[in-house]
Each structure stands twice: as C-alpha cells, then as structure tokens.
Write a protein that binds this ligand. Structure first.
Ligand code: NAD
Ligand code: UD1
Length: 331
C-alpha cells in the first residue's frame, strides 16, 4: 500500500515506518521535526535498506499537504503527528488545541479532497479518564480527561466519528495506546525526548546512564501491590505491529476502536526491578509525592484487537528494558 505517515520521524511513527517498509509498503512521511530529527530517516534506511519519502512539512500547512497528496496519492494515512507533553499542554492549551485539532482538521480536509478515506489515529488510554475498574475495555466510558493533551485526543476521536456519520466512505480506526516503552533492537531509533523526561522509562534510562542522579517514584501509597502506580507497558515494536495488523482490516470498517496494550499491569517498582535485572545496572530512586493527575492503575483488556485483528503483544517487560537501555547507551 501507499501510506502517508504523519509524525513518521517520531518515536512510535519511526518504528511503524520500519515495519511498513519491511513488508513492502510505500511510505511517505510528513513531519515538521518539532519533536524529532531528520536523521531518523537515515536510521530507518539503515535498518530496512529502503529510504522512505520524507517531507519536512507541517500538517497545519494545507497547501503543502495538498501538493504532497497530489504527488503521491496515498491510499491510507496513519496519523501520529501531534504534541504530547501532558504538563506543557496545561501551560500552552491554545498551542495544543491548535496543533493537534486544527492540524487534524486540515489533514482530513485534504484527505477528502484527494479521495483518501482511510485513517488510523493515535489515541491514548488517557481518554478513559479515571476508569471505574481495570482491565479497561473499549466500551468503557470516555471523558474526564485532566489536561488539554488528553482532551485533544478525546475531541479528535469524536470529530473522526462525526465525520464517518456524515460520509460513509470514511474508514476510521482509533487506536488507544497504553504505555509504549522500549526501542528497536538495532538501537538506531527509540524514545529520545528533549530535556528532562516526563515519562518513566526515558527517566530510568537517563538515571542508569548517570545523566540524572536518581528517579523520583511518584507515590508509594496507591492501592496497588507495592503502593506504586501500575501501568500497561507495551513494547513499541508490538505497538507498531498493531498498526500493521489494522491495515489489513480497513475496508468499510466504519469507526473502530482498539486498545493496544498487553493486558498486564506492572508497577513503577516492578519496572525498576526488571530494568536492573535486564541490564545489571542499579537505578537509585527515592519515594516522592504523588504526581497531580496520576491514577493508581491503568491497564487494558486487549482481547478485541486479538480477536478481530489477530494481533497480540509478545515482548516481555525485560525485552522492553533491555532495548530501551540499548538505545540510550547508543545515544
Ligand atoms: P513523538 O513526539 O515522538 O512523535 C510525534 C511526531 O509528530 C514528532 O516527530 C513531531 O515532530 C511531529 N509533529 C508534531 N506536530 C506536528 C505538525 N503540526 N506537523 C507535522 N508534524 C508534527 O510522539 P510519539 O510518542 O511517537 O507519539 C505519536 C502519537 O501517539 C502522538 O499523537 C501521541 O500523542 C500519541 N500517543 C503517544 C503515547 C506515548 O506514550 N508515546 C501514548 C499515547 C498516544
Ligand atoms: C502519561 C500521561 C498520558 C500519556 C502518556 C504517554 C499523565 C497523567 N499521563 O501517562 O496522558 O498518554 O504519559 O505520553 O501524565 N513515574 C514516576 N516517576 C517519573 C515518571 C513517572 O514515578 O519520573 C510514574 C508515574 O507516576 C506513573 C508511571 O510512572 O505511575 C508511568 O508514568 P508515565 O510514563 O508518565 O506515563 P502515564 O502517567 O501513565
């Protein structure tokens, strides 16, 4: 297939592009490099032996999108592009709503003008707010997001659903990611946030490297097995494979929603222990206050994706830790 990938030089997008190229798809990346580097395109080529078409362009730039669609006539779009820093979204709501929502509206408008009606959208488990119970199924209520980032995902799910109601030519797949971590086994691509990381794994790898002195564990008084927060960590390679599985199920699907997770919850301290075991490196940590907006437990019921797409996460927590460290060491 000819697939246009927005945000394709980013963390999840780059791993997905690798798998698309490996199975013979034609890949056209559109990324404004606001949170990634052009050298990722070289890394993708190094891994796959194939160079994706790359445009440094903003999805807010309708003219640029229009010429890219005219030149390549993509059959489907995987839409990763977006701003994703939860804390920053609280201080810059206009920038987040504009980039994520207006950017997606521009993209959808250009898709329609070029008769491209298949879209896979990067949503997040954050749309479930504080779930009444775990594991979380796709039919659980959504809403109650606690920050503008999460709210952009919630609104965009709604916008995409409304679009299908208006025009049945659309096929929309909403993928709700749980907590992607880890990196490609080559160590050439991975999660490389600018500045001090907000998310757990990049923080852990930087403590292990000695760049940061210690990990602050946000709270050990949650009602979980060891008091620390429990999440559904999923290897980014498994997550990327979920997108590949979806592409085989995009004919007249209407609007479909899938959780992409492992179905297993691990705590912050489970992850620290698994990291130490996988790498042999000690990760000094201290217990700190709970972080505002965090929930105790969040893990998926991924059986819908397994039953309907034949997709299942296969990597272990140790695989995730080893590959994340392999990438950090190399960078
Ligand atoms: P990322 O920041 O590494 O990748 C996003 C890419 O989009 C970046 O390369 C950035 O430069 C690009 N981009 C942003 N705004 C753009 C614009 N206006 N025009 C063109 N390019 C633009 O993030 P990621 O972790 O790979 O996440 C990919 C998607 O998945 C995002 O939409 C994110 O919100 C969503 N998501 C991520 C996680 C996670 O834990 N990483 C969890 C749930 C959902
Ligand atoms: C966060 C976002 C979520 C977003 C996801 C991926 C919040 C409230 N949620 O999820 O919307 O989709 O990132 O970008 O920010 N932790 C520590 N110390 C740290 C970092 C994290 O103890 O230095 C703990 C957290 O308290 C949490 C767990 O590790 O219990 C995972 O945190 P994180 O990686 O930030 O992901 P989420 O909070 O699950």
């Amino acid at each position: 297939m000819r697939i246009l990938v927005t945000g394709g030089t980013g963390y999840i997008g780059s791993h997905t592009c690798v798998q698309l190229l490996e199975r013979g798809d034609e890949v056209i990346i559109v990324d404004n490099l606001s949170n990634s580097k052009a050298t990722v395109v070289d890394s993708i080529e190094k891994i796959t032996g194939k160079r994706p078409v790359f445009y440094e362009a903003d999805i807010l730039d309708k003219n640029a999108l229009d010429s890219i669609f005219a030149a390549h006539k993509p059959e489907a779009v995987i839409h990763f592009a977006g701003l994703k820093a939860v804390g920053e979204s609280v201080s810059k709501p206009l920038e987040y709503y504009h980039n994520n929502i207006t950017g997606t509206l521009m993209l959808l408008d250009v898709m329609r003008a070029h008769n491209c009606f298949k879209i896979v959208f990067s949503s997040s488990a954050t749309v479930y707010g504080t779930p009444a119970s775990v594991p979380i199924r796709e039919d659980f209520p959504t809403g109650g997001t606690t920050n503008p980032y999460g709210t952009t995902k919630l609104y965009l799910e709604r916008i995409l659903s409304d679009l299908y109601v208006s025009d049945k030519r659309w096929s929309v797949v909403l993928l709700r990611y749980f907590n992607p971590i880890g990196a490609h086994e080559s160590g050439l691509i991975g999660d490389n946030p600018n500045g001090i990381p907000n998310n757990l794994m990049p923080y852990v790898t930087r403590v292990a490297k000695g760049v940061l002195p210690e990990l602050a564990v946000y709270g050990n008084d949650y009602p979980t097995h060891d008091g620390t927060g429990v999440r559904d960590f999923i290897h980014v390679e498994d997550l990327a494979a979920g997108h590949i599985a979806v592409l085989g199920h995009m004919e007249d699907v209407g609007v479909q929603v899938y959780n992409l997770g492992t179905g297993v919850g691990y705590s912050v301290l489970d992850l620290v222990n698994a990291f130490e075991k996988a790498t042999g490196i000690k990760v000094p940590y201290r217990i700190a206050e709970r972080r505002a907006g965090d929930i105790a437990e969040c893990w998926s019921d991924p059986s819908k994706a397994q039953n309907e797409l034949g997709w299942k996460a296969t990597h272990t927590l140790e695989d995730m830790c080893r590959s994340a460290w392999n990438f950090e060491k190399a960078n």
